[in-house]
Design a protein around this ligand. Structure first.
Ligand code: ZN
Length: 294
């Protein structure tokens, strides 16, 4: 998708920000529901202006699919209540001065204006939270927000039944390695299976090309294979770092990678595999404990 705005289904707008995050909007008779907000303040203001110009409506809600910086830090620029999972609220409550300082530092040289704005950013926490799901009834449009987990313990899906569109946040990545270091791979598999069973024509991932349900199978395959290989490593008595190293070589070829990604990508995958290792260890320990009591 080009940087410009695209209507991916009637009343469903998607645009990519400069960092590659997909920004979504659901146009209803009541107003605009904004799905995820940009990190860069300039881009957040521009996105809102563009939405208002194109639709002639105002934002009425903001929804964050998780609490990561590319999804939730621009909330304040839309002048609307924000909705997110309870756990996203808990994480965002901890975004203090040190957090803003680190954000600003990243931009200090290349974009001093953004650095200054991030340092003084007014972070809008979600005012409305849920644990399992929440439904917004907005005149002609129903918006279902559902807990999914997987990528993070706050990851949620935003589903618009009338348009058969789902905003999946970072739960779905197309043709690239998923970031597994924070959530639960078992929940992730369950969430993707749930998505597979839903009436969805358009799937908007957190980053990258807008796609459809066809991307789910390779992603499911990847997560299942990663879990199985890590389990074998654990049962063979290998340490976490050995396991991560061994499995990395077997799954790195699953998705294409840019030559520039190199070492950074490998470190990211390894930290994800380490997280899966801890998860598998807990699963195996539980199995052993229930065998012992049986
Ligand atoms: Zn994320």
């Amino acid at each position: 998708m080009e940087p410009g705005m695209r209507e991916v289904a009637p009343g469903i707008l998607v645009k990519r920000d400069s960092r590659g995050t997909n920004l979504g909007a659901i146009v209803t008779s009541y107003g605009i529901v904004v799905v995820d907000t940009p990190l860069i303040p300039r881009e957040a203001r521009a996105w809102r202006a563009e939405l208002e110009a194109v639709t002639g409506k105002k934002p009425i809600y903001v929804i964050n699919t998780d609490h990561h910086k590319g999804h939730a830090l621009g909330n304040v620029f839309f002048d609307a209540p924000a909705v997110a999972h309870m756990v996203a609220w808990k994480h965002m409550r901890g975004y203090g001065d040190n957090f803003k300082q680190r954000l600003a530092d990243r931009y200090r040289d290349k974009d001093p204006e953004t650095a200054r704005e991030l340092l003084h950013l007014d972070i809008q926490l979600p005012e409305l939270t849920f644990e399992e799901r929440m439904t917004l009834y907005l005149g002609d449009t129903v918006v279902d927000i559902m807990y999914a987990g997987g990528h993070t313990p706050a990851s949620s899906i935003v589903y618009v039944p009338r348009a058969r569109v789902a905003f999946a946040g970072d739960l779905v990545v197309c043709n690239m390695h998923p970031f597994m270091a924070q959530g639960s791979s078992a929940e992730w598999v369950r969430a993707l299976e749930q998505l597979k069973g839903m009436p969805i024509d358009v799937l908007v991932p957190g980053h990258g090309e807008v796609c459809d349900k066809q991307v789910l199978e390779p992603l499911l395959d990847y997560l299942r294979v990663a879990r199985e290989l890590i389990r074998q490593e654990y049962l063979a008595g290998h340490s976490k770092s050995e396991a991560a190293r061994n499995v990395l070589t077997k799954i790195i070829g699953f998705f294409p990678r840019k030559p520039s990604a190199g070492v950074k990508l490998e470190a990211k995958i390894k930290s994800g595999l380490g997280h899966v290792y801890d998860e598998i260890r807990r699963e195996e320990e539980q199995k052993a404990a229930s065998r012992a009591t049986a």
